[in-house]
Design a binder for this molecule. Structure first.
Ligand SMILES: [Zn+2]
Length: 335
């Protein structure tokens, strides 16, 4: 049975949920927001299960797992708990109406009736407006948990009715830790995959080490002393690899800034780097540039990266950037 321990990181949000559990006072509507893969839905389920659990053990923040309510949760037939998910590509008004009709009746099993709506941003306009009525005047026993990776696209009136529980992206080292635990990978393999997927946990989990090595070799050409034309090729036109190439460079420059920092000079710990296995090349690249030059490259690259469209201006800034990025003496590879 899942528990709060299965949610990695998110200490602050879990602390808030547990403080509701301790006081046994609950907001009637909550919004679990944050990008996907952070454990929002899992947290919503664990939280619901504990609220509905019959066991009153005050010393634990977890549901007992054995009472009748916990059994029903496990068998997915708890009468006071339901999940609304898209019917086709949207959550429709009929689904909200059906929930509202059931919500009229008091809980059968305990004190509360809990509904999770996931992803809440999939509610169409009619459904969202329909739900708003419930959030405005909920029965005392009702609790609605909206789960969304795109919370800003929800109706502002819905958002403002909810207590927000924010889920934050995992840190680089948290993901390395998760991958080592789940996949049994070595530290450097876990680092490689984490860096290649830019710290996106879901993506990391589906990645294999060979593909990560291939990608690393491919994008490393951007900083190594290869033919500039080859590099320009990666950056040109609508190359599908462009975003990945930009991400690679961002991380590279980020590491270069870390190397320049007094913090790194003090600790000299390669674990502070995303591309720790490239530490010697990074040092050599960084040694040829001043901190402010690297800063400028970083902010230029950020602007390019966040420019929404691949228009002519973006292409021009990219080329200018690349010339500045590469105009210095290239790194010498060992022959
Ligand atoms: Zn229980």
């Amino acid at each position: 049975m899942p528990s709060f321990h299965d949610i990695v990181g998110q200490r602050r949000s879990i602390h808030i949920l547990q403080s509701f559990l301790k006081k046994k006072t609950y907001p009637q509507s909550l919004l679990f927001e944050g990008e996907s893969g952070l454990g929002k839905r899992l947290a919503a389920e664990v939280f619901s299960q504990k609220i509905l659990c019959h066991s009153d053990a005050a010393d634990t923040m977890e549901a007992c797992g054995t009472c009748l309510s916990c059994q029903k949760m496990r068998n997915q037939n708890h009468p006071d708990f339901s999940v609304i998910s898209p019917d086709g590509n949207a959550i429709k008004i009929d689904q909200i109406r059906e929930m509202q009709e059931k919500m009229i009746y008091k809980p059968i099993d305990g004190q509360r009736k809990i509904v999770i709506i996931d992803p809440a941003d999939k509610m169409n306009k009619a459904a969202a407006n329909g739900l708003l009525k419930t959030l405005e005047e909920p029965p005392s026993y009702a609790m609605i948990i909206l789960v969304s990776a795109k919370a800003l696209s929800l109706l502002p009136t819905l958002r403002s009715r909810c207590q927000k529980i924010s889920f934050h992206p995992h840190s680089f080292s948290q993901i390395v830790h998760i991958l080592k635990r789940e996949k049994g990978w070595t530290n450097s393999d876990a680092q490689l995959v984490t860096a290649t997927t830019h710290g996106r946990l879901q993506e990391s989990r589906g990645f294999d080490i060979e593909s990560a090595r291939e990608m690393d070799d491919k994008y490393h050409k951007l900083v190594a002393p290869n033919d500039l034309f080859e590099t320009v090729g990666i950056f040109s036109g609508n190359n599908p690899d462009l975003e990945a190439a930009l991400s690679y460079l961002m991380t590279w420059i980020r590491d270069a800034l870390v190397l320049k920092s007094s913090e790194y000079k003090k600790q000299s710990d390669p674990a502070m780097l995303r591309y720790a296995w490239r530490v010697e090349e990074l040092k050599s690249w960084t040694a040829q540039r001043s901190g402010s030059e690297i800063h400028d490259l970083f902010s230029d690259l950020q602007t390019i990266y966040h420019a929404r469209t691949r228009n002519v201006n973006r292409q021009l800034s990219l080329e200018t950037f690349l010339i500045r990025f590469r105009k210095y003496k290239p790194i010498h590879t060992q022959k």
